[in-house]
Design a protein around this ligand. Structure first.
Ligand code: 13P
Ligand code: SF4
Length: 304
């Protein structure tokens, strides 16, 4: 049944010349029919290079917005319009505009997990993989990092010569994992390496053998000579790695690490969206595209 729907999706996307993007937290059956998979930034760059003029994003809203900002001339759909990221929606433009007035000497650095609207009042975006490199290159030593307090903490520890300020935001899925979960997983799998995402709390990050973005975790596990890994990010990553490296063993750090927002998109949502029946065409005001683009372009410039 799943295979039949997948075959149909592949046929329709070819006939209608539509590019399908899937974030690595999507279910395996969606990943299998996507043209590109990866983290949110990789996906936007791939979308801007894709020859197709129509793009469907299987992921959350800020990712579809980022694709639209980088490719305003393309039609971009979010496969399931309900898929939002709670972290991206924790802070809005009004709040950050007020905070900026209180901290006029600070450069505002926004994690890419923010709305397009919020990016218009920030100075530069970062991803989890590029944050340290980009912030090191910022000429100002005063940094306000939003919204993820945990990622901010991880970055600040690596750049001790800058002054960081944070607001209390973060990913509810990663932030819920504790050092107790690490102890339990290490006891069950004493020979495994622990790979975690920097959205986890500092007391979990401190215990890890490797810390990185979803793509960095996957690359590390694939290249490592080790045979067993405890994966401290959304459970799909352990599942995808198990498919890619059948001779290695992958364990979820916690089975609670399921992002319901990422998992709300189903294969049928994608099928319906391809057929013009469902999904949401992303429409952003020109001013928002321009303002958010400035923030993303700065990330690309400093990230080189
Ligand atoms: P990356 O894929 O950029 O590591 O981000 C993780 C995440 O939580 C995306 O929502
Ligand atoms: Fe947002 Fe966290 Fe889900 Fe990523 S894992 S989409 S940051 S809630």
């Amino acid at each position: 049944m799943i295979r039949n729907i997948q075959d149909e999706i592949i046929k329709i996307k070819r006939e209608r010349d539509i590019c399908i993007l899937a974030h690595s937290y999507q279910a395996h059956e969606i990943i299998e029919v996507a043209d590109f998979t990866g983290d949110s930034f990789q996906l936007s760059v791939m979308a801007s290079k894709a020859k197709q003029k129509k793009i469907i994003m299987c992921g959350v809203r800020f990712m579809a917005e980022t694709v639209k900002i980088l490719s305003p001339e393309k039609d971009v759909w979010l496969a399931n319009p309900v898929a939002g990221c709670p972290m991206a929606e924790q802070m809005d433009k009004e709040l950050i505009t007020q905070v900026r007035q209180q901290l006029p000497d600070y450069t505002v650095v926004a994690y890419i997990n923010t709305t397009a609207d919020l990016k218009t009042v920030c100075d530069v975006c970062v991803t989890s993989s590029s944050a340290v490199k980009i912030i090191q290159k910022i000429e100002n030593d005063n940094i306000l990092f939003i919204p993820d307090r945990n990622l901010g903490d991880y970055v600040a520890k690596q750049i001790p010569d800058k002054n960081f300020k944070f607001l209390q935001g973060g990913c509810p899925i990663h932030a819920a994992v504790t050092a107790k979960d690490v102890k339990r997983a290490r006891e069950s799998h004493p020979d495994a390496l622990l790979l975690v995402h920097p959205e986890c709390i500092p007391s979990v990050v401190e215990l890890a053998d490797f810390v990185g973005s979803t793509s960095a975790i996957m690359e590390y596990a694939e290249k490592s000579p080790a045979r067993e890994f405890i994966i401290g990010t959304e459970v799909s990553i352990a599942e995808h790695l198990q498919y890619r490296c059948p001779d290695k063993r992958f364990y979820a750090l916690s089975h609670n690490m399921v992002c319901p927002n990422m998992k709300i998109t189903t294969l049928m949502d994608l099928y319906n969206c391809l057929n013009g029946d469902g999904g949401e065409l992303i429409v952003l005001p020109e001013e928002t595209i321009k303002g958010a683009r400035r923030c993303i372009d700065e990330m690309i410039r400093l990230g080189q």
